[in-house]
Design a protein around this ligand. Structure first.
Ligand code: MGD
Ligand code: MGD
Ligand code: MO
Length: 758
């Protein structure tokens, strides 16, 4: 089905098609996937890809295709519900109206505020990807006027570190691989060139479409001739089609990048012109890099020295084609204790090879951006005193410079304080299934959160978090059920802006924007005074485009042009319009004076993970297997989709992937149940024996709960049976409070009879 240009809906009142761009809910790292929804007799009957969408061109993944099944799932919660706080863990929910729900929030907010003497009594916890990420900071700052807000991921180890380090080294947003996204004509723009080599480093972007990047663009570029290098302890689909696969030991990425820098500098393969003109600290970096000859790096990473040389030469010279190369970095770089070094070293590779902001390299967007920055600016509604009193304030100044969120690992100890010492008394869970997905040590989180006076959850299903901890459930609308603005951020910039268009009503659900707005009108009307309706608000958000939301709905999606490469030569990179980079020195800071001041280390280095044999031989003797977790699945977005039958048929169980050699050593065979354990926790998963993974390590899927099981206490839908995050200690984080060992921990494994029996 094609919707004519300038229209968004065709058909009759009871049988029509609506063109939309998908963001949320359910959760996804929305790439503004273009979809056409078919509604018949008031019901969503089908969804198909929109061929006119400039990013996805008609392609959709199975989660979008499964949306009718998700939307009408019998477990979905369609009305607000409350429960007596004494009944947490019991299924005694009672349906109420939205007005009653808002009254209850107001009443409890004033109570906890009174008790703690500060707005910081309310803590808002948010999730990832979806539209909710635009609004949970706003609920905290503009509605509750509390400084306590976070996505509670240990070491803040998703995307924040990449952006923060890029902002200090380059003075920009995170530099994404060039996929023609800043041109209206995309690949057809004469200025665009494909990369000769693209390194896929700690990511599986075809499955994950991470941080708003549409992964299939990599396939487009491979079809044009781009060659792939993969850095991953597992052989992914892209790995099986790559020129080189660097199958490293988890958690040794910084050493590998330093080894590649060593080859490039020693063999004189770097871009002299760029380094001389635009890089600060090259000599210091060279000296550091000289400590990492490839033979030493082979020992650390287990990647053969010759392969490191080949990959480094290919990336630095593009095989003499005159083209540039790019590096696609994934979350596995951040889910390491010393993630700062990983990222600093890889960004140094990009810089010294002259692959920054050039065609086919890693590019940075224009300075303008939309509501992404707006949400954090709402901190203006928080008093100075409350800003100073927020959780983890002593971890300043680094945090404030990265995001306005509080440092995640500081939260749990605050929640565990006795009643008379604690500030936080109410938690608002927005798009956050904390007990099974995000934080480390969920077994401590459940006990700590139970201490609160009142907890609210905004979700679509009764999750273990809702069941165990919450007193009020606010049902969230799916994308066919609400309007919204889809903001695609390629490295913190917005090359596309799409309309999410409401196609039908279902139940009494509300979008995140609607709840943020309506709650704000009650609690802090001043913040919302200029908007009568949420459409007024959306009009204001996109005002810089010259369009109203209704006009955007008719347009479908906008892409912005007026963009150049090498903006450091034209003054477009700096706020003051001078040439160069927006850093202290005006150059790329290979040597960071900021980092030197904050943690005494200005340069990248190989710092063995505290969860490795090098740093902790005692632990390694007890727990000899390296544990990595959470590689993405087509059928799930973290803890979501587990109740949807067609997805569960594809991925029915949590899976532990193990090499045949290691499986034999531990007496494990395909489809056995195994318990993975260490001193912190344990989880049970089904064994998958495969040569895609290196020997000596295992990979465990994350986010598992069993919606078909008993939800009441103490089972909580089996939330603690296969919960791999129970093996992860809170606050085992890296320099500058960044990075956590989600992707390189230590464990042991043993065969068990089933999920429940030994
Ligand atoms: N379908 C689906 N899509 C998603 C998500 C989802 O849950 N489901 N989650 C979204 C979110 S929030 C994020 S952050 C992104 C993340 O998406 P990606 O950045 O693509 O990351 P992952 O899929 O976690 O892991 C990618 C690869 O890292 C490898 N790896 C593991 N340990 C290491 C290591 O130590 N070093 C290196 N170099 N590689 C390692 C794994 O083997 C895996 O192949 O995906 C987003 N997209
Ligand atoms: N072991 C291990 N753990 C990990 C990871 C890993 O690699 N390994 N990856 C981590 C990463 S990178 C991330 S970002 C986190 C993600 O963690 P989360 O974002 O917390 O995970 P989800 O399960 O996707 O989402 C939580 C809840 O949001 C609800 N939801 C979906 N859409 C919407 C919406 O539009 N609005 C609202 N209000 N709610 C919605 C879902 O139903 C779900 O219950 O997980 C982390 N956890
Ligand atoms: Mo993430």
């Amino acid at each position: 089905m094609q919707i004519p240009e300038g229209e968004y809906r065709v058909g009759t009142d009871d049988d029509y098609y609506v063109r939309t761009n998908v963001w949320s809910a359910p959760g996804c790292h929305g790439a503004a996937c273009g979809a056409i929804l078919h509604v018949k007799d008031g019901k969503l009957v089908d969804i198909e890809g929109d061929e006119s969408n400039p990013i996805t061109n008609g392609r959709l993944c199975i989660k979008c295709l499964g949306i009718p099944e998700y939307q009408y799932h019998p477990d979905r919660i369609l009305y607000p519900m409350k429960r007596d706080p004494k009944d947490r863990g019991k299924n005694t929910w009672e349906r109420i109206t939205w007005d009653e729900a808002y009254d209850l929030i107001e009443e409890n907010y004033y109570k906890v505020r009174e008790k703690s003497g500060t707005n910081n009594a309310v803590l808002t916890l948010g999730g990832t990807g979806r539209e909710a990420t635009m609004f949970y900071p706003v609920i905290s700052f503009a509605d509750f006027r509390s400084a306590n807000v976070a996505a509670p991921i240990s070491g803040d180890s998703c995307y924040g570190p990449r952006c923060m380090i890029a902002s200090y080294m380059f003075g920009t947003g995170y530099p994404e691989v060039d996929s023609g996204m800043f041109f209206n004509k995309k690949y057809d723009d004469p200025r665009f060139e494909r990369s000769e080599y693209m390194i896929i480093w700690g990511s599986n972007p075809l499955v994950s479409n991470p941080a708003g990047y549409f992964g299939h663009q990599i396939i487009d570029m491979m079809k044009m001739g781009t060659k792939i290098i993969v850095v991953d302890p597992q052989i992914t689909w892209l790995g099986s089609r790559a020129e080189y696969v660097l199958q490293l030991r988890p958690g040794t990425d910084a050493a590998l990048a330093l080894g590649m820098l060593n080859v490039i500098i020693n063999e004189d393969l770097y871009d002299h012109d760029f380094v001389e003109k635009w890089c600060y600290g090259f000599d210091e970096l060279s000296e550091r890099v000289s400590e990492y000859p490839v033979e030493r790096v082979e020992e650390i990473t287990q990647v053969p020295a010759e392969l490191i040389r080949k990959a480094a030469r290919a990336y630095a010279t593009a095989d003499g084609t005159g083209r540039n190369c790019s590096i696609f970095m994934g979350v596995a770089m951040e889910m390491q204790v010393d993630c700062v070094s990983d990222i600093q070293a890889v960004l140094s590779l990009i810089a010294i090879c002259g692959n920054l902001d050039v065609p086919g390299g890693n590019v940075v967007g224009p300075r303008a951006s939309f509501t992404g920055a707006w949400r954090y600016e709402q901190i203006k509604w928080v008093s100075e005193e409350d800003k100073k009193g927020r959780i983890g304030e002593e971890r300043e100044p680094i945090e404030r410079n990265a995001l306005s969120n509080v440092q995640s690992d500081a939260i749990l100890p605050e929640l565990e304080l006795p009643d008379d010492e604690r500030t936080v008394r109410m938690i608002w869970f927005n798009s956050c299934n904390a007990l099974v997905c995000m934080p480390a040590e969920p077994q401590r989180w459940i006990e700590a959160c139970k201490k609160m006076d009142f907890n609210v959850v905004q979700d679509l299903f009764l999750t273990p978090t809702a069941m165990a901890l919450c007193d009020l459930f606010l049902p969230v609308a799916t994308f066919p059920e609400h309007d919204g603005i889809v903001q695609i951020h390629y490295g913190r910039h917005t090359p596309y802006l799409g309309a999410e268009v409401k196609a039908l009503d279902y139940g009494e659900t509300k979008s995140d924007l609607q709840v943020t707005f309506e709650l704000g009108k009650r609690l802090n009307p001043e913040a919302w005074a200029q908007f009568e309706t949420i459409e007024d608000f959306m009009d204001d958000q996109i005002a810089p485009t010259g369009l109203t939301f209704d006009e955007l709905r008719h347009e479908g999606i906008l892409s912005f042009d007026g963009w150049n490469y090498k903006k450091y030569e034209t003054g477009e990179m700096r706020a003051d319009g001078q040439v160069g980079f927006d850093t202290i020195t005006g150059m790329v800071e290979l040597y960071s004076m900021h980092f030197e001041q904050w943690c005494g280390e200005p340069l990248p280095k190989h710092e063995p993970s505290p969860f490795s044999e090098e740093a902790n031989p005692e632990m390694a003797a007890k727990y000899p297997i390296i544990l990595t977790t959470g590689g993405r699945k087509w059928t799930q977005f973290h803890s979501e989709w587990h109740q949807v039958e067609s997805m569960r048929q594809i991925d029915p169980w949590p899976v532990l992937t193990i090499n045949p050699e290691t499986a034999a050593e531990y007496g494990l065979s395909e489809k056995d149940w195994a318990e993975v354990y260490n001193d912190t926790g344990k989880a049970r998963l089904k064994v998958h024996v495969s040569t895609v993974i290196k020997p000596g390590m295992v990979h465990a899927t994350h986010g598992w709960w069993f919606p078909e099981q008993d939800g009441e206490a103490p089972n909580y839908f089996g939330a603690f049976k296969s919960n791999i995050n129970t093996l992860l200690p809170n606050d085992s984080i890296g320099r500058m409070y960044k990075g956590a060992p989600y992707k390189s921990n230590l464990c042991n494994i043993r065969r068990v009879r089933s999920l429940d029996e030994d």
